[in-house]
Design a binder for this molecule. Structure first.
Ligand SMILES: [Zn+2]
Length: 679
């Protein structure tokens, strides 16, 4: 089951879930009279010793993470508001939902209703798995197994190779079939390979055995041992997450005949045919050497081990849509053990999430109609122009780029496409069948529907109006092949975008987000794409070297931060996000200064304009994370933890030193020559 698109869009935060509901106006904001809650500061600490603690310390100390969450804070609270609103919309739609409705919102209601019908789901037990388990049991040959893997695109089956249809990085006017490494049951290869997760890995066999037992698979304990040994070898073959960020390394076009020769052991022709792609003339491999090794591993592994592996992944992928014993088994391992989450989310929240996954834009259309204030769009357009102007001025005055590179950078900036609020057109769900009494079938059909949608785009000019996030998502992203930045409606609310706030606070918060997303177009990944979104080197070799040297120095600051025992920020994994945060905050400050038109910034409650910009940014990161989840994020999340997203950029910006009177000898003081200035 490959629901997540593989494309390396660079998002603003980790939060993926969003929702919508009943109330018409946002609740009173807890952000004070001018947009910043001063009572959340810890003024016992000097800003220069720990700016995160100074600006957010008391607020973070007072956060109680709800038992059904792994983290909590300002970002999550906004996501919860969205979730609550979506819940209201879906409750309303479910009340009148019929079986197999024709309209999109009716389908969303029917999907929600099917998920909420717990009695029905319980009565079915493992029964919905039966046809898919029979397909696994029927595998006799390597070609059968490869075909089973191709079918994974259209349902719950697991696959050794993730597949997606995306704009071709070298010619983003057309689509490419992209194949990536996959096949692991734990969140990252580090869970198999590093000591810090040894205690978690020790419990994996118990979890796999339990899932196979529930699915009714034969010899569950022995099968679990064999399939975990297989996954261990996949982990050893897999690329590290940091390498997977490199658009050059991950662009490996290859013809089908050559692929069969290069990566033997796996029947690629059977795989693509079963996925409904016929015999494609060319595909793009992401982690080429890993894909070759995984294909060879599949060829060298007995069929019964591959079948057990497939049965486990099927049950694990489907667990949340099956009876309570599956749900609990999955929760106990994936959420409780791996992330430290004490309690399962209530059923309605899981129903909201499942409905969003299947019919996100059907929900989004209703969300926008009810909850997107009409004046937000115009204000946001004006802000994006302010931030782009600030970036243009910075590029014009850049001191480390050669004139010819700078000229191309300015062209790229001028070509940015800003998409705000919601997509220009909504997805058409008319071909998707949703039944109020068939949760498993609904999810399977929606996965198949989604895959068919992308397959239908092959051979056509790319559709630039399709979004990778729904409007009700509290997040934003930059999509390098489209040279675009996208701001969904739900992020345009406090603490990011606050109509009641002083301008400086909004520049620090939503201005920082806009600057962050624009800077992604010029981070270590985005800089490799040109104004037309093509993966194409437009830099002089000297400029590339200078950029990489700056990045290295900046990354070293993050690697040196004291985060938690035995775990550190991976500077290569977080490089793009760290650069985007530095650029975002720098541009936010510039844009605020420009907005004053030469007048002095007002002082409010003794807080200066520049101080408010930094505090506006810091307030967004009032967040507490459970230790097991924090350890997992350090491995899988390209974003640095909240403390680093506040302290890292600030300590490199001269204005922060002036604004908060930061002096030599304070913990985060850096001499002017050591401060990194990239954009
Ligand atoms: Zn980002």
């Amino acid at each position: 089951m490959n629901r997540a698109r593989l494309i390396a869009t660079a998002a603003f935060g980790l939060i993926a879930l969003a929702a919508r509901g009943a109330e018409k106006t946002a609740p009173a904001t807890p952000f004070g009279a001018w947009g910043f809650d001063l009572s959340g500061e810890n003024t016992a600490v000097k800003p220069g010793d720990n700016f995160f603690e100074y600006s957010d310390g008391t607020a973070v100390k007072n956060i109680v993470i709800p038992p059904d969450r792994t983290s909590y804070g300002a970002f999550n609270q906004l996501a919860e508001l969205s979730e609550k609103r979506v819940h209201g919309i879906l409750d309303h739609a479910a009340a009148t939902a019929t079986d197999h409705p024709a309209d999109a919102i009716g389908k969303a209601g029917a999907m929600f209703k099917a998920f909420m019908d717990e009695a029905k789901v319980e009565s079915l037990g493992a029964w919905p798995l039966a046809p898919d388990l029979a397909a696994i049991a029927a595998v006799k040959t390597p070609a059968d197994f490869a075909a089973l893997q191709g079918h994974a695109q259209t349902g719950f089956q697991g696959s050794l190779f993730a597949m997606d249809i995306e704009p071709d990085a070298k010619d983003p006017t057309k689509y490419a079939i992209v194949v990536a490494q996959s096949g692991l049951g734990m969140p990252d290869r580090d869970y198999y390979l590093t000591k810090q997760f040894a205690d978690k890995k020790a419990k994996y066999a118990g979890y796999v055995t339990h899932m196979l037992t529930l699915a009714g698979w034969h010899d569950p304990a022995a099968s679990a041992d064999k399939l975990i040994a297989f996954e261990q070898k996949i982990a050893e073959a897999s690329w590290a997450r940091a390498d997977r960020r490199d658009p050059d390394k991950t662009y490996n076009p290859i013809g089908l005949a050559e692929l069969a020769k290069t990566a033997p052991g796996f029947d690629w022709a059977a795989f693509f045919k079963a996925a409904g792609l016929g015999a494609p003339s060319q595909v793009v491999l992401n982690e080429k050497s890993a894909i070759i090794k995984i294909a060879a591993l599949a060829g060298a592994t007995p069929i019964d081990t591959l079948q057990a592996w497939a049965a486990f992944h099927l049950a694990a992928n489907a667990a949340s849509d099956l009876s309570k014993d599956f749900v609990t088994t999955s929760f106990d391992f994936n959420n409780h053990l791996l992330q430290g989450q004490p309690e399962q989310k209530p059923r309605w929240k899981r129903a909201v999430a499942a409905t969003e996954l299947a019919l996100g834009e059907a929900v989004g259309e209703a969300y926008v109609a009810q909850f997107y204030p009409p004046d937000a769009q115009a204000k946001m357009v004006a802000l994006t122009h302010d931030l782009r102007d600030a970036f243009r001025v910075r590029l014009e005055h850049n001191t480390w780029m050669a004139p010819q590179t700078r000229k191309k950078a300015l062209e790229k900036l001028a070509a940015f496409d800003f998409q705000i609020g919601y997509p220009k057109k909504w997805r058409d769900y008319s071909a998707l069948q949703i039944s109020t009494g068939d949760l498993y079938g609904n999810v399977e059909r929606s996965t198949a529907f989604e895959w068919a949608f992308w397959v239908s785009h092959l051979g056509h000019v790319v559709d630039r109006d399709l979004w990778d996030m729904t409007p009700q998502t509290v997040n934003a992203y930059n999509n390098p092949p489209f040279n675009e930045v996208v701001f969904p409606a739900a992020i345009l609310q406090p603490p990011f975008f606050n109509n009641a706030a002083d301008a400086a606070i909004n520049y620090g918060a939503i201005g920082g987000v806009i600057g962050h997303e624009m800077t992604h177009g010029f981070d270590d990944e985005g800089r490799k794409f040109d104004a037309k979104g093509r993966l194409h080197d437009w830099w002089t070799p000297e400029d590339s070297k200078r950029f990489e040297a700056l990045g290295k120095r900046y990354g070293a600051e993050f690697a040196a931060m004291d985060i938690m025992p035995g775990a550190h920020i991976n500077p290569a994994l977080t490089m793009g996000e760290n650069i985007a945060d530095l650029g975002g905050l720098t541009l936010a400050l510039d844009a605020y200064h420009a907005s004053l038109h030469g007048k002095p910034a007002p002082v409010i409650d003794g807080v200066t304009g520049d101080q408010r910009v930094f505090l506006g940014w810091a307030q967004v990161w009032r967040e507490k994370v459970r230790p097991d989840a924090a350890r997992q994020y350090l491995v899988i999340d390209p974003h640095s933890p909240p403390i680093a997203r506040v302290n890292g950029p600030s300590q490199n910006i001269d204005a922060w030193y002036t604004a908060f009177n930061v002096k030599p000898g304070e913990a985060h003081y850096m001499a002017p020559k050591d401060r990194v200035k990239i954009w």
